[in-house]
Design a binder for this molecule. Structure first.
Ligand SMILES: NC(=O)c1ccc[n+]([C@@H]2O[C@H](COP(=O)([O-])OP(=O)(O)OC[C@H]3O[C@@H](n4cnc5c(N)ncnc54)[C@H](OP(=O)(O)O)[C@@H]3O)[C@@H](O)[C@H]2O)c1
Length: 383
């Protein structure tokens, strides 16, 4: 299978490279794209010998051009779009973080290339447009998120579905008080009990905004109304998600808490192969599976995401942009963890919704919100 990885130097991208290495002869890597981590990209180029690469800055692109004269080197957002538009690809893995994923995903759809989608922000920002266009072009959008990969495996006849059940580990503050959360440091927040992920998604997991983004992602991927999507806290992260059917049957997908399995599933679907996971799952060793309701008071971002999703239009765009900017500010110790919710909630509530926005209106809204949030933080309005 000819594939390209957008975000090969990130947490998902690195694990995808491990999957590829464990399946010799199955994949041919057409393109690799990183952001700023040129050193790692260099190692991946030597390992996988791609035809094209892309990096964020022009100066890094020039460096790589000198080093690898036989490889086409691109840079910036246009470079990502160029690489995603290459019809040589049979599948592309979109695992860049944040809003960067949307344009290349749309470009790949236009060229009829199937997409393994890790970047959930793409569907949060423009789920209606992306899914509609993918359907028109006959493009498969294969979820990489373990929860959506699980639902994808459990879902047969959509019409017979009672509800989707998305599990959540609960993050590092599941057993903490609101006061603890309000005073959480960056270091504490980055310490996720189950998953080792990029910084942005790790902070989102601590506020449960990540689960909120996943709810919106599930709504678009599986065309399911919000009142048929339930979030259940499951700290062991063994049940990755489930589907309840109208006859009362529940089909769940279980496995070790590792991203290798859902990444491999999205890259090799509809087939399954032996790959990186060699352990056999053992119910007896798993022993105990706990489930609980999410605490919306302690994690108001989850409630906000349900509301934003239901409102639709540009409201999820605003929520996503405000949250992403606020997360960066928290990581830079400019605001507190709780401020992320306050800022995002403020931006969502002061926004005049555009129903059925065009892609241009989505990008305009995104940019406007990001500027407003930066100004709010600069003026210390929320500190
Ligand atoms: N990690 C997980 O377990 C997980 C699970 C489910 C879904 N996801 C989703 O997958 C996406 C990636 O998550 P992650 O944890 O892998 O994030 P990450 O570790 O931060 O990796 C992000 C990747 O995107 C690249 N990148 C960032 N900004 C870029 C830009 N402007 N131009 C080009 N490349 C850019 C980074 O490059 P450099 O590092 O070289 O700068 C890196 O390769 C997110 O949308 C996340 O929600 C992640």
């Amino acid at each position: 299978m000819k594939i390209s990885i957008l975000g090969s130097t990130g947490s998902i991208g690195r694990q995808a490279v491990e999957v590829i290495q464990k399946m010799p002869g199955f994949f041919e890597v057409v393109s690799l794209c990183g952001g700023d981590n040129v050193e790692l990209l260099r190692q991946q180029i030597k390992l996988l010998n791609p035809k094209n690469v892309c990096v964020k800055s022009e100066s890094n692109a020039q460096l790589l051009e000198k080093e690898f004269p036989k490889i086409n080197v691109f840079h910036g957002d246009e470079g990502l779009v160029e690489i995603a538009s290459d019809k040589t690809n049979e599948r592309i893995l979109v695992s860049v973080s944040g809003k960067t994923g949307l344009k290349p995903t749309l470009a790949a759809i236009e060229k009829g290339v199937d997409i393994a989608l890790a970047n959930k922000e793409t569907l949060v920002m423009a789920g209606d447009i992306v899914m509609k266009r993918a359907k028109e072009k006959g493009v498969k959008i294969l979820p990489v998120d373990s929860e959506h990969g699980a639902i994808h495996q459990c879902l047969s006849n959509r019409k017979e579905v009672e509800k989707l059940i998305i599990t959540a580990s609960g993050g590092p503050f599941r057993e903490k008080t609101i006061d603890d959360i309000k005073h959480a440091t960056v270091e504490e927040t980055l310490h996720h009990p189950r998953w080792n992920m990029g910084k942005k998604i790790t902070i989102d997991s601590a506020t449960l905004m990540n689960k909120g983004l996943e709810v919106i992602e599930a709504h678009h991927l599986f065309d399911m109304p919000y009142d048929k999507i339930q979030v259940v806290v499951h700290p062991q992260s063994i049940v990755h998600s489930a589907v309840e059917y109208v006859d009362g049957s529940v089909i769940a997908q279980l496995g070790f808490p590792t991203m290798h399995i859902p990444i491999q599933y999205a890259l090799t679907y509809p087939n399954r192969f032996e790959g990186i996971e060699t352990r056999n799952f053992d119910f007896i060793k798993a022993a105990r599976l706990d489930f609980d309701a999410p605490d919306f008071e302690k994690f108001p971002c989850l409630k906000l995401a349900f509301e934003a999703g239901k409102a639709g239009g540009t409201v999820p765009v605003v929520m996503n942009a405000a949250n992403e900017e606020a997360v960066f500010a928290f990581l830079n110790e400019k605001i507190s963890l709780w401020n992320i919710y306050e800022i995002t909630n403020f931006m969502v509530n002061s926004h005049e919704n555009i129903e059925n926005p065009s892609i241009e209106q989505i990008f305009e809204t995104d940019e406007k919100v990001r500027n407003s949030v930066r100004n709010l933080i600069k003026d210390e309005k929320f500190v």
